[in-house]
Design a protein around this ligand. Structure first.
Ligand code: BTN
Length: 328
């Protein structure tokens, strides 16, 4: 009912709605309407009330639940079902649990804060409350597990496009980072449950530093991480950005789902790559190799050229890629 009441206010273009019209429209008593308005107020919505004309919605809370994201979503299946948490250990861990219980492709787990956010290669992921987008999507592509790493590039391309919708020109650091001002603003962690030739599910975990301030990063992170707020100098609307990522992700993921190819995502990753044309370090376990990044092929592999002139196609798996003198 809360969602239905909010929908009427959102469609009223900022006008007052009388208790009577709400009650007729929704088929519940005026007392019930008054009770729901009070619940909404305690959820962080503010209303102006006038005894003559009724209620006007003044502001909505900065939270990422279904009620707040749904008005901006244009997807068919991504985000149809949203598991929303005020605080959780890790949205990826929760999404794995839900996927194991059989939840559908497109189910989203989102939290305002993660107390044990996970990064790639066993690293931690800083996830302060209300300051970022910490979310995981359950995907069930009918593909060979060997293809799974392609999904990370689809995620990177979707986040890139969503930032572009906000007039933020980022770069993609193959395979899973989004970069602004030479620093990391978003990371993607794709995890999989599979048999030899069948994917049970993939979890695409996306972490975006949206409104994190300078002081919230520790000294070490300050060297390599940034936020959209630090880049733009203003707070960024987390709800619209979340919806825009999901809208873009569904479009790009559909290509993969239907044809198994990721050409549109690769094109976005290639055209906006921070690595192509640079000398990089490829770190695989404890081994470090220097090479020049020259391209990303249609399967999403990074093509590098070694000093002896030979080229190699790098599979994202467990490698970590760095600039010669730092993060990029
Ligand atoms: C990386 O660049 O190392 C990947 C970072 C991925 C972080 C996100 S935040 C939402 C989801 N839940 C997690 O525990 N991790 C991912």
């Amino acid at each position: 009912m809360k969602e239905e009441i909010l929908k009427l206010f959102r469609n009223s273009a900022g006008d007052y709605l009388s208790g009577e019209s709400l009650s007729t429209e929704l088929g519940i008593s005026r007392t019930a309407i008054w009770k729901y308005i009070n619940i909404l107020k305690s959820d962080g919505y503010t209303f102006e009330a006038s005894s003559k004309v009724g209620y006007k919605l003044i502001s909505t809370p900065d939270i990422l639940n279904h009620q707040e994201i749904n008005p901006y979503l244009s997807t068919d299946y991504l985000g149809n079902e949203i598991f929303y948490y005020d605080s959780i250990s890790s949205t990826n861990t929760k999404a794995k649990e839900l996927a194991g219980d059989g939840l559908k492709e497109g189910t989203l787990v989102i939290a305002e804060e993660q107390t044990a956010g996970k990064g790639r290669l066993g690293r931690n992921w800083l996830s302060p409350k209300f300051k970022g987008i910490w979310m995981s999507v359950i995907l069930r592509p009918d593909l060979n597990p060997i293809e799974a790493s392609k999904v990370t590039l689809i995620g990177a391309a979707a986040v890139y496009k969503a930032m572009e919708d906000f007039n933020i020109k980022a770069h993609i650091k193959w395979p899973n980072d989004i970069v602004l001002d030479g620093k990391k603003v978003c990371g993607i962690l794709t995890e999989m449950s599979a048999e030899l030739n069948k994917i049970h599910y993939l979890i695409m975990g996306i972490g975006i530093n949206v409104n994190i301030g300078h002081d919230e990063f520790n000294e070490e992170l300050r060297q390599s991480a940034t936020s959209l707020k630090l880049h733009t100098g203003r707070s960024v609307d987390r709800k619209r950005l979340t919806a825009s990522i999901l809208n873009n992700l569904e479009k790009l993921y559909n290509e993969f789902r239907i044809s198994g190819t990721i050409e549109s995502s690769v094109e976005i990753c290639r055209n906006n790559s921070i690595l192509i044309g640079r000398d990089i370090k490829i770190i695989n376990r404890n081994e470090e190799v220097h090479a020049a990044a020259i391209d990303i092929d249609n399967d999403g592999h990074l093509i590098v050229k070694h000093a002896d002139g030979t080229t190699e196609s790098i599979f994202s798996g467990e490698v970590s890629v760095r600039g010669i003198n730092g993060y990029v």
